[in-house]
Write a protein that binds this ligand. Structure first.
Ligand code: 0RQ
Length: 508
């Protein structure tokens, strides 16, 4: 609505989405807003997919390079992938069509730490950014932009792009303004200075984005809601994992390593396991917890509403339909407990280290020594990407990985002799949790770690074979610091590829 565009200069630039995408040419690098299910441009991106599809249908080899915050909404990701014109995608996706194009070698995909994206674009690693398409919730009288439900890399896109298309979404409640903290103090070396954020709720920036009006070529209006981030109710497995995590927190409090009421700021990945852990915190002895994470899920809203969580900082909302509804209806309450920041700040190693984050992320598999694969199924096929998990894991106070002990109806063991792709090394990973139990490998050498990981985390059906592997690896001549039988290290994966199961005896 015109009420959201309070600057005449910008109002004069209002056009349809179809007109706006004409500014995008073949070969362009296009940076769009969006982080998880929040803040993807709702009209311009489908129009862009159409624009690409039509150009290609008429014989043009129309391609663009696409930069985003993280994943964008699943419909958008699918439409763009189906148009077949994305030459390069960066830095994260989590959608089957895009994944298929990447694994077929038809889309180049660069999978990097989310905190690195802004600086790498500034450093010029991705060349010139031709067009930015950024969803905002309003434009002020003085021409500043009020951010939407995710911040992601939008500050950077607006700063670097030659041409800017704004999508102004009046579905976003007016009361969202002021929820954001946009920090303009990052610089490239050698001009960097400390980031003065010492508490989760600190505000170190401004509420709006700056934009050079001369570069804004089009403004498109919309009133479409964010897509919902689907969630299923926590099952017995995720509840068991959550139970082990909560027992561990109690143990750490008793040992004097975590503050009793408030623990330390929590970061948790996306998904049902993360949500189950959050839900479990409500029943614990905690009050006034904080979160310093990259997304806010439904579970977090509940914790804020019941006082378990005092404050949550992130770069995006990733809510289900019910969660979006709850958030929009009670925005005046939530705005006092939530801040959204650029992802270079929500995931910043300096801040993660300073605040002492408890990092909890999902994994595909871990090996007996604690190396973690979060991204590559059987070592070769991309699942989603590393996302922010590395930003938090390497720099966290406690770095934990959570997963069911098996996948695909028990055919796959999540604990394997050696991971065929490493996202998080044994030097970064401190705690591994499955529904079977929790392996705390802090302070343990590799030879001691393997026994703890197998006993505590592996599914009982795979334990004997894993123990047998380590026994023989340790007995081999010159076994070394981290014993392996190199000819056999991937035997679980090879067996799965050959027979469809990691089980030596599938009848088991
Ligand atoms: O496959 O979807 O076909 O059923 O992987 O597995 O158990 O539902 O777990 O949703 O927590 O995802 C690592 C992918 C785990 C996620 C990963 C198959 C399994 C299923 C999903 P289906 P689950 P989750 C914040 C931080 C990296 C990014 C990150 C992830 C599917 O946590 O992408 O942490 N992490 N970001 O069947 C083969 C195995 C498997 C396996 C599970 N060992 N081998 N397939 N699966 N284990 C978020 C952001 O950065 C935005």
């Amino acid at each position: 609505s015109a009420g959201r565009i309070r600057n005449e200069n910008f109002r004069r630039k209002i056009v349809s989405a179809e007109e706006a995408v004409r500014y995008i040419r073949s070969g362009d690098t296009v940076a769009i807003s969006g982080f998880a299910s929040a803040g993807t441009p709702k009209r311009v991106t489908p129009a862009l997919a159409d624009h690409i599809r039509r150009a290609r249908a008429s014989g043009d080899d129309f391609t663009i390079n696409l930069l985003t915050g993280a994943s964008v909404s699943a419909e958008t990701e699918r439409l763009l992938a189906e148009a077949d014109g994305i030459a390069l995608r960066m830095p994260y996706q989590a959608e089957p069509t895009a994944r298929g194009r990447i694994n077929d070698g038809r889309m180049d995909y660069v999978d990097i730490h989310l905190s690195h994206v802004a600086q790498q674009v500034w450093e010029g690693y991705y060349g010139h950014v031709d067009v930015a398409v950024v969803e905002v919730s309003g434009i002020t009288e003085s021409g500043e932009l009020i951010p939407a439900t995710s911040v992601g890399n939008n500050k950077t896109w607006l700063d670097v792009a030659e041409k800017i298309v704004l999508e102004v979404n009046s579905w976003i409640p007016d009361a969202m303004s002021g929820v954001h903290d946009i920090y303009y103090g990052t610089a490239l070396p050698p001009h960097r200075t400390p980031i003065q954020l010492t508490d989760v709720e600190d505000r170190i920036g401004q509420e709006t984005f700056r934009v050079d009006p001369a570069r804004v070529v089009a403004v498109v209006e919309t009133e479409v809601s964010d897509s919902a981030n689907p969630l299923t109710a926590p099952d017995a497995t995720s509840q068991a994992i959550a139970g082990h995590v909560l027992d561990f927190f109690a143990h750490e409090v008793a040992a004097g390593r975590l503050p009793a009421d408030t623990l330390l700021p929590l970061q948790s990945g996306i998904g049902n396991v993360a949500n189950a852990v959050l839900a479990g915190l409500s029943d614990g002895p905690y009050r006034g917890l904080t979160c310093y994470s990259e997304v806010i899920q439904d579970g977090m809203l509940e914790l804020i509403a019941n006082g378990t969580v005092r404050y949550a900082s992130s770069t995006a909302l990733a809510l289900s339909e019910a969660g979006l509804d709850e958030f929009v209806r009670n925005i005046d309450f939530y705005r006092n407990h939530i801040v959204l920041r650029p992802q270079e700040i929500s995931n910043h190693p300096e801040i993660v280290r300073r605040l002492g984050i408890i990092a909890m992320n999902g994994m595909l598999e871990a090996d007996i020594y604690g190396n973690v694969n979060s991204t590559h199924v059987m070592g070769t096929r991309i699942m989603n990407g590393i996302g922010g998990s590395g930003d938090f894991t390497r720099n966290g106070y406690l770095s934990m990985f959570l997963s069911p002990s098996t996948a695909r109806n028990g055919a796959i063991s999540s604990i394997v002799p050696m991971v065929p792709h490493v996202d998080h090394t044994e030097h970064d990973v401190q705690v591994i949790v499955t529904e079977q139990g929790l392996a705390d490998v802090r302070g343990l050498s590799p030879r001691r770690r393997s026994r703890v990981v197998i006993e505590r985390c592996a599914h009982p059906d795979f334990r004997a074979e894993l123990h047998d592997y380590v026994d023989r690896a340790e007995a081999a001549p010159g076994a070394g610091q981290t014993p392996h039988l190199l000819g056999e290290a991937f035997s679980f994966h090879e067996r799965f590829t050959r027979t469809g199961t990691m089980r030596a005896n599938p009848e088991q």
